[in-house]
Design a protein around this ligand. Structure first.
Ligand SMILES: Cc1cc2nc3c(=O)[nH]c(=O)nc-3n(C[C@H](O)[C@H](O)[C@H](O)COP(=O)(O)OP(=O)(O)OC[C@H]3O[C@@H](n4cnc5c(N)ncnc54)[C@H](O)[C@@H]3O)c2cc1C
Length: 803
């Protein structure tokens, strides 16, 4: 084994092998993969090898498409067969909701260029004669589904990487990792040490153990997973290979395996494996079968596909593989560690392994993953992911793998975990809570305890009239909203302003003022949107998206000078409340000594005030589009502030409102939000944030690319629509049609209660963005006429907010 390498990849499963290949392809030849046993010795070797393109996150779906297309390439480079069987696949629906879900998946596939088709049960039975028609209501056909040989794929990646210059060492275990002060690593193995510039943790079943070597606890857990193979079936003799099928109601997947069928299940009573540590002596082993555990799924499976029962069970496989709490991979660099990368938690290695390798290798070589990988970024998790939290969420995710997640559905596992001081107060107001980064926050308020439950639906739900009342209260009187679930940072020091000016695209506000600013990467794409509040010349309070806290910190860390600036994340130290609506000023004025008139405390002002007895930062901003104030207090004061505002609000008709009403109101104002309108695939001018990019202030990260975008106008444009919808509004990811062609996608949708219309925001090419008519938005399989709005639906001049 060599003593130095630019990169050491730990783990020779399908993921590590793919990372290795992609690194060589990107031009890094001095790369070494270290494998404890033989290649595939983790979860890879006993995988069923199934692959498909459909994924809830369109960006992950794109990487899955890439993975499947890649097999031809690595077969050609390596000469090793991947055993690819593209059979086509059926997703079978047994309920109306599932059929709706499939229609939405098909619609989403349109702008990804996927060729998906909704078919009848009769058509499905023609394609897949093993099914018993009476159990199904329809199906979606995907021509690009099938399976591969896990051994063949892993070795094809490995051989291709070796041809590209990589080295692979087997039967060598990494036992420790030691960082050096120059940012390189000592990789300690049981067969000598290697000095590496970069280390990639692709240790699959042992990713947690390798993480612990560098002091991190990665939120992954292995679950036991079983599939069975039937005896040979006369029904298959002389027939072309059967399609893949997913039977959602049975929670099973099935495909042909030689003369029989393979049937696997994501049973509800899933069992984790090695909950705390993974034994190092686990090799190409299988776990004992537990057919009793999967009996309910098998029973349904045999009823839905009777020929399988007749054929009998020839073999059962029970093996472990890892999941992150949301079931998506964990990739990227780790905050606080130099040159340490992860590529783990990949639960669908044969659909996603190629995409993961591509994104990670680009990130390492170019400093940027080159695609929108937010849904897979390891930084989407923070320190709330304790072992027990991960355990609860992974079990839940596993048991729900084939179940529908409705847009208004909040999942119950690991809750409540994090709460703010007013949690009980909000519960007493019949709040229906949502979970955001394990923090409870009010979504909407019901009139009675009995009504405080979301009836899950793709259509307007039971919450609709209550959210309407919250919005109209904010429009006509004043509403109270908890805003603790934002990310907050204190930035201090003599170089703070200069540094912020470098990493933020907008000008830095003067003392006592607020500025909104996009944060751009070197390619001029949006990687954050912040509210910058200046407390003093050398002291700033930043508000951004809480889910992206680690993501932001990782970026800040990369760009922080050695001295002169400190950045302190303080999201949970500051709780927040906001009052919004025409009566908010009168309400707050009674509680503070400062003059709140627009002349003295205009829109975008920020000041430390005493609200009653409570020290607070007060900002005159509002995400609702109404006159409004945001108040930030250290957590111990939040309850007193809430009580004070409630009491003072009595005479003004104050009511609490929740996140759903806020979402509806921000869409009425065309205000975007992170992970929806603002993502690293959009530029600031495309996203309508051009006015927050200040080219006069000197250099900042992304300036040159932003200037280019300004000149060219960018490829896309964020556009607002009024939709002629009936009982279901857009929620996000629906296709936007223009003149009969799919031209874009929705990022957010809602019913706008203040304007009484169904609304959507979405991206379309710049060339059609100005079209007066001809737009349609496809909601649950039906196209609805959409009218482009030239200005925000509500208070287009912004007079209410500024007044
Ligand atoms: C029963 C079953 C069925 C499945 N079916 C499918 C399917 O149909 N389709 C699909 O896409 N996926 C399927 N999967 C999941 C698939 O197996 C995983 O997505 C994939 O194997 C993950 O690969 P990996 O490289 O991340 O991890 P692993 O395969 O676990 O590889 C990690 C490697 O790292 C090595 N390693 C770990 N620590 C060290 C160390 N310290 N030093 C050196 N080497 C180390 C290990 O020996 C191992 O070889 C299935 C899994 C199971 C168990």
């Amino acid at each position: 084994m060599k003593s130095h390498a630019k990169v050491v990849v730990i783990g020779g499963g399908v993921v590590g092998a793919s990372v290795l290949y992609h690194l060589t392809k990107a031009g890094w030849k001095d790369v070494l993969l270290i494998e404890r046993a033989e290649l595939t010795s983790g979860s890879t070797w006993h995988a069923a090898g199934g692959m498909h393109t459909v994924n809830g996150d369109p960006n992950v779906a794109k990487l899955q498409q890439y993975t499947i297309e890649l097999y031809k390439e690595i077969e050609a480079v390596s000469g090793q067969s991947c055993g690819v069987h593209i059979t086509g696949g059926l997703m079978l629906a047994g309920t109306r909701e599932r059929l709706d879900w499939l229609k939405m998946a098909k619609a989403r596939g349109r702008y990804l260029g996927m060729d998906l088709e909704i078919i009848s049960v009769d058509e499905a039975a023609k394609l897949f004669p093993l099914l018993e028609k009476k159990h199904f209501t329809g199906a979606m056909y995907d021509p690009i589904e099938g399976h591969v040989d896990p051994y063949g794929v892993t070795h094809a990646y490995a051989k291709s990487a070796q041809i590209g210059g990589a080295e692979i060492v087997r039967h060598t275990r990494v036992i420790d990792l030691k960082p050096r002060t120059d940012g390189t690593w000592d990789v300690i193995t049981d067969h000598g040490n290697v000095r590496a510039e970069h280390v990639v943790n692709a240790a699959g079943l042992w990713a947690r153990e390798v993480g612990r070597m560098v002091g991190i606890e990665l939120p992954v857990l292995a679950m036991e997973h079983q599939y069975l193979i039937t005896g040979d079936m006369p029904e298959l003799v002389g027939k072309p290979e059967q399609l893949h099928a997913i039977d959602f109601e049975g929670e099973i997947y099935i495909r042909q395996e030689r003369g029989g069928m393979l049937m696997g299940t994501y049973e509800r009573a899933g069992v984790p494996w090695s909950e705390v540590t993974t034994p190092w002596d686990f090799g190409q082993d299988l776990l004992p079968n537990d057919l009793e555990r999967i009996a309910p799924s098998l029973e349904v499976g045999f009823a839905h596909f009777p020929a399988l029962e007749r054929a009998g069970i020839r073999k059962v496989v029970n093996g472990p593989f890892t999941f992150a709490p949301d079931g998506n991979p964990l990739i990227g660099p780790i905050k606080g560690l130099r040159n340490f990368w992860v590529a783990c938690g990949v639960m669908a290695g044969f659909s996603q392994g190629g995409g993961v390798g591509l994104a990670l290798s680009r990130w390492m070589v170019d400093g940027d993953p080159g695609a929108d990988v937010w849904g897979m970024d390891v930084a989407r998790y923070g320190d709330w992911t304790t072992l027990a939290y991960t355990n609860a969420k992974v079990r839940e995710n596993y048991s729900r793998r084939f179940r529908i997640r409705f847009p208004n559905e909040e999942l119950p596992a690991a809750r409540p975990l994090r709460t703010t001081p007013i949690y009980e107060r909000l519960a007493a107001e019949h709040a229906v809570f949502g979970d955001y980064c394990a923090l409870e926050h009010a979504l909407w308020f019901a009139p009675t305890e009995a009504e405080a439950v979301d009836q899950v639906s793709f259509r307007r739900s039971n919450a609709h009239p209550h959210i309407a009342r919250e919005c109209t209260t904010v429009r006509d009187h004043v509403g109270l909203l908890e805003i603790s679930n934002y990310g907050k940072f204190e930035v201090q020091g003599p170089a703070a302003a200069e540094w912020l000016s470098k990493i933020m695209a907008n000008r830095i506000p003067s003392v006592g003022r607020i500025a909104l600013s996009p944060m751009l990467n070197d390619r001029g794409k949006l990687i954050g949107d912040f509210t910058l509040c200046r407390i003093a010349a050398d002291h700033f309070f930043l508000v951004g998206t809480y889910a992206a806290e680690t993501y932001y910190l990782r970026w800040f860390e990369r760009h922080l000078p050695l001295t002169g600036v400190t950045v302190r994340p303080c999201a949970m130290q500051y709780a927040g409340l906001s009052v919004a609506g025409p009566k908010s000023r009168a309400l707050l004025q009674r509680l503070v000594r400062e003059d709140l008139s627009t002349g003295s405390f205009p829109f975008m002002s920020f000041k430390r005030m005493e609200v009653g007895m409570i020290p607070a930062y007060v900002g005159r901003v509002s995400f609702t589009g109404e006159l409004g104030y945001e108040m930030w207090v250290t957590t111990e004061y939040q309850r007193a502030l809430y009580d004070l505002l409630r009491r003072a609000g009595l005479e003004h008709g104050l009511r609490s409102f929740g996140g759903r009403a806020l979402n509806a109101m921000r869409i009425e104002k065309n205000f975007g939000t992170w992970a929806r309108e603002y993502r690293p695939i959009y530029g600031p001018f495309e996203a309508g944030l051009g006015r927050f990019v200040d080219f006069k202030k000197g250099d900042f990260i992304g300036r040159a690319a932003a200037a280019e975008e300004k000149d060219s106008g960018g490829a896309l444009r964020l556009v607002a629509f009024k939709v002629d919808a009936a009982d279901a509004d857009a929620i996000g990811d629906e296709p936007i049609w223009h003149e009969g062609k799919v031209v874009g996608w929705v990022t957010s949708g809602t019913f706008g209660h203040r304007v009484g219309a169904s609304l959507a925001l979405g991206y379309v090419p710049g060339s059609v963005a100005a079209a007066e008519s001809g737009f349609e938005i496809e909601i649950i399989g039906e196209r609805h006429r959409a009218t482009r709005l030239a200005a925000p639906a509500y208070d287009s001049s912004g007079a209410l907010m500024r007044g």
